[in-house]
Write a protein of this length. Structure first.
Length: 267
């Protein structure tokens, strides 16, 4: 890869917390992300909306290194995620380097993906103990605090099967936060929930906006929530950002016809 095209690290006063630098993702002949450029500032909440199949989830999965990048570089807190410097050039990084950078990122999925054989508390202590090397006592202290924050202090010893969908999703959020990530990714976290429990999950995300020093990137179909909580909304179409801006601009006064069409269909 040519070093002049992609910096080895992002320098300057205020480097973005996340940068997609001309990132392309293909599955065979299908281009899912087309030279995507997207910056997310530290502590910013950016929401991605758009039609099904436009590449929204792929953006988050690439950041979690769950998908291979075909072209381009993703930076997290200034460091390239899947590349490293060798003799002044950027080359593909080995897995242990990428794993290190990825510790800054936490993700919450549509399907909560909790460990079924572990209690809520154990779900939240497993990775801090195994990956960060915390003592059991410290990990439990951290987990209890987070389970309290998501309103589940009375459920810490329950197994996922005994919890409602909304409760499981709140455990999943606490579990991701227990790793103290700088960036949180939310992938349609309310889509699998019954309507009456959606509010308890969105309420936790609202709390995070106020309480934590977190950069957040969220994919959602809940336009009302996107409008209320986002600093910026990006409208995706066919693997590209067609339009982005403050929620008021995007929802009240979209400039692109495709954005207006999408919004009139879903609102
Ligand atoms: P969205 O989240 O906007 O609905 P996705 O990011 O899930 O879109 O998917 C974007 C496109 O990539 C879709 O056309 C989807 O079918 C395709 N896609 C996603 N994952 C795979 C895969 N593992 N293999 C082939 N195509 C895929």
């Amino acid at each position: 890869m040519n070093n002049q095209d992609f910096p080895l690290t992002l320098q300057g006063e205020n480097p973005p917390m996340v940068r997609f630098d001309k990132v392309t993702k293909r599955y065979g002949d299908l281009t899912v992300l087309d030279s995507l450029e997207l910056d997310v500032r530290a502590n910013e909440m950016v929401t991605i909306v758009g039609p099904s199949g436009s590449g929204k989830t792929t953006v988050l999965r690439m950041l979690m290194t769950l998908e291979h990048i075909n072209e381009g570089v993703i930076y997290v807190d200034g460091r390239p995620l899947t590349h490293m410097e060798k003799d002044g050039q950027l080359v593909r990084a080995n897995k242990s380097y990428t794993r290190e950078v990825r510790k800054d990122i936490g993700m919450v999925f549509q399907q909560f993906n909790l460990f079924p054989h572990m209690t809520a508390l154990e779900n939240c202590t497993e990775a801090p103990i195994q990956v960060l090397g915390l003592s059991k006592k410290d990990a439990e202290e951290r987990a209890v605090e987070l389970l309290e924050m998501v309103g589940l202090d009375d459920k810490i010893d329950q197994y996922p099967a005994r919890l409602s969908g909304g409760q499981q999703q709140r455990v999943a959020i606490a579990r991701a936060l227990a790793m103290r990530p700088k960036v949180m990714l939310f992938d349609e976290v309310t889509s699998a929930l019954d309507p009456e429990v959606i509010g308890e999950v969105t309420q936790v995300i609202r709390k995070l906006r106020v309480k934590h020093d977190l950069t957040m990137l969220m994919v959602t179909h809940q336009m009302g929530f996107a409008r209320e909580i986002s600093d910026r909304v990006c409208f995706f179409y066919n693997g590209s950002i067609v339009e982005q801006g403050a929620p008021e601009e995007i929802f009240s006064n979209p400039k692109e016809e495709r954005t207006a069409e999408f919004l009139s269909a879903v609102l």
